[in-house]
Every structure is written in C-alpha cells, then in structure tokens.
Write a protein that binds this ligand. Structure first.
Ligand SMILES: *[C@@H]1O[C@H](CO)[C@@H](O)[C@H](O)[C@H]1NC(C)=O
Ligand SMILES: *[C@@H]1O[C@H](CO)[C@@H](O)[C@H](O)[C@H]1NC(C)=O
Ligand SMILES: *[C@@H]1O[C@H](CO)[C@@H](O)[C@H](O)[C@H]1NC(C)=O
Ligand SMILES: *[C@@H]1O[C@H](CO)[C@@H](O)[C@H](O)[C@H]1NC(C)=O
Length: 300
C-alpha cells in the first residue's frame, strides 16, 4: 500500500514539475470588428488554457469596458489603438519574455502594426486569421451593430480619405481604393503607413517585422466578408480596376521588400495558409486549427 502511494506521489510530482518547466509562450489576442476582447474569441482563450495548463492568454481591450471596446472596433483611431495596446503589452509582467499574437480579422493588421512599431517585448509568432493586410474595397457584410454599420457606410460614402473620417473611422483607415491608389497612398493614415507605401520608406518597419519568428497569414478561401479575400495574404487588385488580384511575390511591396516580407519568405518564416470556409469559420476544436496553427506555433 505504502509503495503504491509513494509511486503515485512521484508520478504526480513529475507531472507538476513538467508543467512548471514547459509552460507555453503566452498569447495575446486582438479581436475584430463588432466583437470584444472576451466576446466570441474567448473560446480560443478557453481552449488554449484547457490544452496547455499554466499558459497565460490575454486579449487586448480598448477602453474601460466591453461597450467601449466594441465601439473601438469601428470608431477609434487605429494609430491610437496600436499605441494603447503597446502600453498594455509593455505593462504586463507575464509578457516580458515575449508572446505569440493571434489577430482575428482586422485584429490581424493591428497586431502586425504592433510588431512593426512596438517590437519590445518581442512578438514571436504572429497568427493573422482573415486579416486585411492590403485593406478592403467594399464592405459587403459589416459585422456587429446595424446602426453603427449604417453609420460606417455613410462615412465611407462621404469620403474614406477625408481627414476627419480617417482620424475616426477604423474601416476608413484600411480602405484601399484601387481606382485611386495615389489618394490612398497620400491619405491613408494607417494602412499605407504600416505597408511603408510612403516615401521615404522607413527601414525600421522592416527591421522590426523581421524580428518575428513566423508571420502566419491565414486566408479563408471562401471568405465573403473580406474584399478581396486575398488581402489576407497581402494581395490586392491591380491598380485601376477591382477584379484582377495580383500575386504577393510579384508586387513591389515584396520585391523591393518594403516591410521585410521577402526576407521572411526567403528564410521560410512567411506562411501563407488557406483555410476552407467563410470568414473566421474554423473549429477551435477541429483538426485544421490543431494541425496548422496550434501544433506548429502555439505548443511551445
Ligand atoms: C521599431 O522598433 C523600435 C523599438 O525597437 C521603435 O523605437 C521604432 O519606433 C519602431 N519603428 C517604427 C517605424 O515604428
Ligand atoms: C499625392 O501626393 C503627391 C506628392 O505630394 C502629389 O504630387 C499628388 O498629386 C498627390 N495625389 C493625390 C491624388 O492626392
Ligand atoms: C521611422 O519611424 C520612426 C518611428 O516613428 C521615426 O522616429 C523615424 O524618424 C522614421 N524615419 C523615417 C525615415 O521616416
Ligand atoms: C471554397 O473554396 C475552395 C477553394 O477555393 C473551393 O474549392 C470550394 O469549392 C469552395 N467552397 C464553397 C462552398 O464555395
């Protein structure tokens, strides 16, 4: 009897020690439009916490409560969001040795901006799920509140590149009009900036982004919300029309390596993944998420 008890105790001790030693890299999540930090994406947090005992998973909230956070996904300047999120991340002692980022929809480009502007503490793997890295041209299905969505559409129609709209409307800040590339480049206060479209290019964006271990860009292959869906892979309409989409590796952004994508690609750290299904429609407990995301990027 004694022997068995002792044996059980030893096994238990080993398990505890192993858990303590192999605590996973913390995770920072960033939600998308019409969602909140602990809204629908909370299932990912719960899943990771169950799977990896001891893991620290946090989610960036803008403002003081869920309502302000929800509104921020439409009506808060993205540069300000990046600055605020950077301060939150820097102040969190759990993140001081680095973290993995998971961005949901527009949270993907926001986290990328954080990697580019605020690389300390280091973001290790950045997983962008259905992000709009070349912006959108169209808002076929605005998410969340009908009232706010109507307001968003009204403002976009009024003029996405009007200064007041740029300063206040999230969706305008990654509005990319291929019929007016010049205007986009000149006036987009967020996306054109983080994509280093403006002259002189800021070399520091490339230095910062290439500190990532991996940049994992998931495109939902049947996405009916992101227009064009290829924007999730930094691909967009050829200038002057809104039908044909260019390949990332043919674009000047890649070839002249404005932000380090080519360097990441050549060192096998740029992962372009496709997922069957509509926007963000993957199963947290499913095989795709497990095999393509959790095992390769979140399990250590
Ligand atoms: C790149 O990161 C550094 C911190 O390491 C920061 O000071 C700099 O402002 C960042 N670059 C840009 C363009 O934001
Ligand atoms: C964009 O800015 C450049 C340089 O200031 C200017 O020459 C050009 O006319 C501007 N284009 C538009 C459409 O605003
Ligand atoms: C690059 O960005 C950093 C941080 O914002 C800034 O200090 C620096 O002046 C910028 N360099 C250029 C060439 O714009
Ligand atoms: C989803 O996209 C894949 C890949 O492009 C395609 O083969 C499939 O037919 C699409 N499914 C639906 C339901 O549209």
């Amino acid at each position: 009897m004694k022997f068995i008890q002792c044996f059980v105790a030893i096994i238990w001790l080993f398990t505890v020690i192993q858990t303590v030693i192999t605590v996973n890299t913390p995770v920072v999540m960033y939600h998308g439009m019409g969602d909140t930090a602990y809204g629908s994406i909370n299932s990912v947090k719960t899943f990771l916490e169950d799977k990896f005992p001891g893991i620290y998973v946090t989610s960036i909230q803008m403002g003081n409560n869920a309502e302000e956070d929800f509104l921020s996904s439409y009506l808060m300047n993205l540069n300000k969001q990046v600055e605020t999120a950077c301060a939150i991340i820097k102040a969190d002692p759990h993140l001081k040795n680095g973290y993995n980022g998971i961005g949901f929809s527009q949270g993907g480009q926001i986290l990328r901006a954080i990697a580019q502007r605020c690389p300390e503490p280091p973001m290790k793997n950045l997983i962008s799920l259905g992000g709009q890295h070349q912006g959108v041209y169209g808002l076929p299905k605005c998410m969340g509140s009908i009232k706010i969505c109507n307001y968003v559409r009204e403002m976009l129609n009024f003029g996405a590149y009007v200064r007041y709209v740029q300063d206040n409307l999230v969706q305008a800040e990654f509005w990319h009009d291929p019929l007016q590339e010049d205007l986009y480049r000149n006036r987009s206060i967020f996306l054109a900036d983080i994509n280093n479209e403006k002259q002189p290019r800021n070399e520091s964006y490339k230095i910062n982004l290439t500190r990532l271990k991996n940049l994992v860009l998931v495109q939902f292959l049947n996405d009916t919300i992101v227009q064009p869906k290829e924007s999730s892979w930094f691909q967009f309409y050829n200038q002057g029309q809104a039908k044909i989409v260019y390949n990332l590796r043919d674009s000047p952004l890649y070839q002249e390596d404005w932000i380090g994508l080519k360097q990441l690609d050549q060192t096998k750290r740029l992962k372009l993944l496709g997922a069957i299904g509509d926007h963000l429609q993957f199963h947290v407990h499913g095989k795709w998420f497990e095999d393509e995301i959790v095992q390769p990027y979140l399990s250590t």
